[in-house]
Design a protein around this ligand. Structure first.
Ligand code: GZL
Length: 307
């Protein structure tokens, strides 16, 4: 659909209004919904004409959307790649059409040079390390085995790969920590619920759940409670994103720690789009600032949450 100032005609939109084509992953999680809202609101505030497409978490839909933006002759293309690989062909097509590309949220793996101007997003490896550091601290005084199940994000996506690797790097320093099962829950609540149910039916001694996002953690809580166990007590839960529902679950004692992943990238994205369109230099990598919140902070932080 075409959004923003006046819904421009085919081609570069009316006059000097910047026409931005944005291909979004989907609407799979609370994080994503907040991210989309931030992008749409910021494009409107910037006076850009936004052409927005939701790929329902399918790479081929994103590739199709990018090709369509090239046909339309938009001024700038921005997207959040659902998975890391398989983008070279379409990114080379955008470069050949002289349309600058901005990566947001997730990264791509590419052998091509100069196929995107900048990547604005979180450091997912560091998010994984933060999760691992909390666990190491939590079990600092015990040398008992700690049996962990891991709800991974979408297979092949940068956040899933990097949150897995950052976590493994930190817990790998002490062999009392063991990931006894790890499976893709696709960043959705239903995925988290189904996979946690499977974990519980094949393991009766789980100490910790590490969920790559809050939606999967919240789905997993339903399965943990259905199994007659106490989330946050019998099974400690580490989650990532920091959506309001996760802070509420922390306040209720069901999640132990949330590693923040900030979806409100809209304003920074529009600033980068403006600079890229004007041919100004932009940093190759723009990181997003974000923190870690534990149960004791949840009640107080909840009213401050913007997503
Ligand atoms: C992270 C983002 C991830 C979120 C999930 O930047 O790509 O995708 O952690 C979302 O909630 O589905």
């Amino acid at each position: 659909e075409s959004e923003g100032a006046g819904g421009g005609a085919e081609g570069g939109g009316g006059g000097d209004t910047i026409v931005l084509g944005f291909s979004q992953v989907g609407a799979e999680s609370g994080w994503r919904t907040a991210n989309t809202k931030s992008i749409k609101q910021s494009a409107e505030d910037a006076g850009f004409e936004l052409r927005f497409s939701d790929a329902q978490q399918q790479q081929e839909n994103q590739i199709q959307a990018i090709r369509s933006f090239i046909q339309q002759g938009v001024d700038v293309i921005a997207f959040s790649p659902v998975v890391e690989s398989g983008w070279d062909t379409v990114l080379v097509e955008a470069r050949a059409a002289d349309i600058p590309v901005v990566l947001t949220d997730r990264a791509v793996e590419t052998d091509e040079d100069d196929v995107y101007e900048t990547f604005l997003g979180s450091d997912f490896v560091e998010e994984g390390r933060k999760a691992g550091r909390w666990l190491v601290d939590e079990y600092a005084d015990s040398d008992e085995e700690v049996r962990i199940v891991e709800l991974q994000g979408t297979t092949g996506s940068a956040p899933a790969n990097d949150r897995r690797d950052g976590f493994a790097e930190i817990i790998g320093e002490d062999d009392k920590f063991e990931v006894i099962a790890s499976q893709d829950g696709d960043f959705t609540r239903s995925g988290g619920q189904e996979v946690m149910q499977a974990f519980l039916s094949s393991h009766d001694d789980i100490d910790v759940l590490y969920a790559h996002n809050d939606d999967m953690a919240l789905g997993a809580i339903e399965s943990i409670e259905a199994a007659g166990l106490e989330p946050g007590e019998d099974i400690k839960i580490i989650s990532v994103d920091g959506i309001k529902d996760a802070f509420q679950a922390m306040a209720d004692g069901k999640i132990n720690v949330v590693v923040e992943c900030n979806p409100l990238l809209g304003p920074q994205l529009m600033d980068l789009v403006e600079k890229v369109h004007a041919g100004e230099e932009v940093p190759e990598r723009v990181k997003v600032e974000e923190g870690v919140f534990t149960q004791d902070q949840a009640e107080e932080e909840l009213p401050n949450r913007k997503y």
